[in-house]
Design a protein around this ligand. Structure first.
Ligand SMILES: [Zn+2]
Length: 145
């Protein structure tokens, strides 16, 4: 059975015997060196293929920043705003000359810190799940390629 593929450079349709799978050949049209793809049907099913150390290290070498979801950054921003806002209202209440200003100050700083902790906690959860999902997807991509 022949392998049919397209030259990535000149888009010439090429047909080669399946024994040539994975080999490097010269394109008959543009003379560039191209590698013959391995037929997808020739690969074993995904679940039977081993996860190799190479595929894992390749997956981990991707920069972390590209994995992060927008919601994670948004929640971290909300966390910082809670913290800054809480501190602002804390000091505002402290310097206020009212009998209940001390109690209000602690309520404000409590809300600020509490909000920040919640936001960062959910951002952390999103990061972990994003990383796991991204990592699994990356492994599947690596094994399919
Ligand atoms: Zn070509």
């Amino acid at each position: 059975m022949d392998i049919k593929f397209t030259c990535p450079r000149c888009l010439q349709n090429i047909s080669i015997d399946e024994k040539g799978a994975g080999a490097t050949v010269e394109c008959p049209s543009c003379k560039s060196q191209i590698s013959v793809p391995v037929e997808p049907s020739a690969k074993p099913p995904l679940s039977y293929r081993a996860v190799t150390p190479a595929s894992i290290s390749e997956a981990l070498s991707e920069p972390v920043i590209e994995r992060r979801s927008g919601w994670s950054w948004f929640l971290k921003l909300v966390g910082v705003i809670c913290l800054v806002g809480g501190m602002f209202w804390f000091f505002a209440a402290v310097y206020e000359e009212r009998s209940d200003s001390a109690r209000n100050a602690f309520i404000y700083i409590g809300i600020g810190i509490g909000g920040a902790i919640q936001s960062f906690f959910f951002a952390f959860l999103i990061d972990v799940f994003t990383d796991i999902r991204w990592f699994l997807k990356k492994l599947v991509d690596t094994r399919n390629s």
